[in-house]
Design a protein around this ligand. Structure first.
Ligand code: PNS
Length: 159
């Protein structure tokens, strides 16, 4: 069984992420979307909320599972019989850091392969941070994130 992991912060999941999840689910028997517990960031959503949103927006893809991890991705890969790490590439600016991570992950775990998928053109400018920024100043984010995410973001600001 070919298992891939698609790791990230997903704060929140965007339509760019969802595009990579859908496309990678056609290439692997199982894709685990793994949310990083990152103590050094102050996220908008908790890990549980992020996982819940990811479950909702991937409920129609049977071979996608949602999980979370902390520590090194290379260790998570080893513990879960994962063969590949899936990453999305948007622009040249992503490349340098992604290359560094791919090479470090291979050093830590020589059996793992990082697979890069090019973003769909319509999402090439999208990031979770830019979505949050636009939302904060009441800009329209429809079509950039799933509707469930918009609802969850509205609930957050009304708290
Ligand atoms: O969505 P993001 O924030 O761009 O995702 C980054 C992520 C989670 C993929 C990366 O930070 C990561 O893998 N972190 C886990 C810690 C780790 O393994 N660091 C060394 C990577 S070489």
């Amino acid at each position: 069984m070919r298992i891939a992991v698609y790791p990230g912060s997903f704060d929140p999941v965007t339509n760019g992420h969802l595009d990579i999840i859908k496309r990678s689910s056609r290439l692997f028997d199982k894709v685990i979307v793994a949310v990083l517990h990152n103590a050094s960031k102050t996220p908008l959503f908790t890990v549980e909320e992020k996982m819940d949103l990811l479950s909702q927006v991937t409920s129609d893809i049977p071979n996608v599972e949602i999980d979370s991890f902390s520590g090194l991705l290379a260790d998570y890969v080893m513990e879960n019989k994962i063969s590949s790490i899936v990453k999305g590439l948007r622009a040249v600016s992503d490349f340098e850091y992604e290359l560094q991570m791919a090479l470090m992950n291979r050093k830590l775990n020589p059996d793992v392969e990082t697979i890069f998928m090019m973003t769909s053109g319509e999402y090439s400018y999208l990031s979770s941070s830019i979505v949050k920024e636009v939302f904060k100043f009441n800009g329209c984010i429809k079509g950039l994130v799933p509707d469930e995410v918009i609802d969850a973001m509205k609930k957050k600001v009304s708290l």
